[in-house]
Design a protein around this ligand. Structure first.
Ligand SMILES: NC(=O)c1ccc[n+]([C@@H]2O[C@H](COP(=O)([O-])OP(=O)(O)OC[C@H]3O[C@@H](n4cnc5c(N)ncnc54)[C@H](OP(=O)(O)O)[C@@H]3O)[C@@H](O)[C@H]2O)c1
Length: 286
């Protein structure tokens, strides 16, 4: 399975995005543990979660708690698994319409990161991302809190998510070597972040594609996947594998964290690390 470096970690280029296992329409905790175990048993060594991956009617942080339960009950080498989490978002379920709200105040980020470490059952979080800029708080103030968290040992390394080129530069000025990764949306239906993908590469940072398959809801621009379906038919694989392989081919610093509700989908996605697309196929896919 393809491995790549995120800061000090050598981990699988294909990780598991935990979000669908604990937000709306999840299939329950047991299916979540089964899905994480299937991924780990197949060799996946990168799990991505967040303080905010929970849904209405339950507790907060159920995503992080699910990851802990899965790892506690797994018989494989726990120390090989990179667990990344994020702070800066929370959910709001008033009037029955779930929203993703931001809170980038330093005191909130610090409180949530300490809660994340507790929920994950670790002394220090492997990789802590600032989840999303909060327009009410100067970006540098939020990032200073992330620096404090690394310096206090709450997290070992730091990342930024949903960040522009300018914000990556601000984060790098403040975090220095503590900053190891940028996690942004990137997929065939979301290429407008390519500038940040390339910028991360130039700076020696990992670039982690979120919603690499277009998201857990059916994408509106479904036809943009048609060229990937054609290549997939020639290789005799799912088009999702071709999408992930195309993303991984954007640079040696690129990672993907496809989500899954069940073992079958993540087991298929994990094969993308071994799928090689020809230069002609890559240039045709754009
Ligand atoms: N940083 C951020 O702000 C942010 C925002 C959103 C997401 N994320 C992260 O990115 C991760 C992935 O994003 P996502 O879950 O929204 O969307 P996604 O990975 O683009 O798509 C997930 C969906 O694709 C399906 N799928 C996955 N692999 C497949 C395969 N090989 N064949 C067929 N179907 C497949 C899954 O189906 P099934 O349901 O059938 O399993 C799931 O519903 C999240 O879990 C989260 O960790 C981060």
């Amino acid at each position: 399975m393809l491995h790549r470096h995120i800061g000090p970690y050598n981990t699988t280029a294909v990780g598991l995005g935990e979000m669908p296992l604990t937000i709306e329409n999840n299939l329950g905790e047991d299916k979540g543990v089964e899905t994480i175990h299937a991924a780990l048993d197949a060799g996946c060594r990168h799990l991505d979660t967040a303080w905010a991956y929970y849904c209405s009617g339950g507790e907060e942080q159920t995503g992080e708690k699910l990851v802990r339960r899965a790892l506690d009950g797994w018989k494989g080498p726990r120390e090989e698994v990179l667990v990344a989490t994020k702070v800066g978002h929370y959910r709001n379920f008033t009037d029955g319409r779930p929203t993703w709200d931001v809170d980038g105040r330093p005191e909130s980020l610090i409180r949530h990161a300490k809660e994340s470490a507790l929920a994950l059952g670790v002394d220090a979080i492997d990789l802590l991302y600032f989840h999303r800029p909060d327009p009410k708080v100067p970006y540098a103030e939020s990032v200073e809190a992330i620096r404090e968290l690394v310096d206090e040992g709450v997290a070992k390394t730091a990342g930024v998510s949903n960040a522009s080129v300018e914000q990556i530069d601000i984060a790098h000025d403040i975090l220095g070597d503590r900053l190891v990764a940028v996690q942004n949306q990137f997929s065939p239906i979301w290429k407008q972040t390519r500038d940040t993908l390339q910028h991360a590469g130039r700076m020696g940072l990992a670039f982690v594609c979120w919603s690499p398959l277009g998201g857990y809801r059916k994408p509106k621009k479904e036809s943009l996947f048609d060229p990937f379906r054609e290549v997939a038919a020639r290789h005799g694989v799912s088009y999702q594998q071709v999408v992930l392989a195309w993303e991984l081919a954007q640079g040696d610093h690129v990672f993907v964290i496809p989500g899954a509700h069940r073992p079958a989908t993540i087991l298929d996605s994990l094969k993308a690390g071994d799928l090689r697309l020809s230069p002609e196929e890559l240039s045709a896919l754009g």
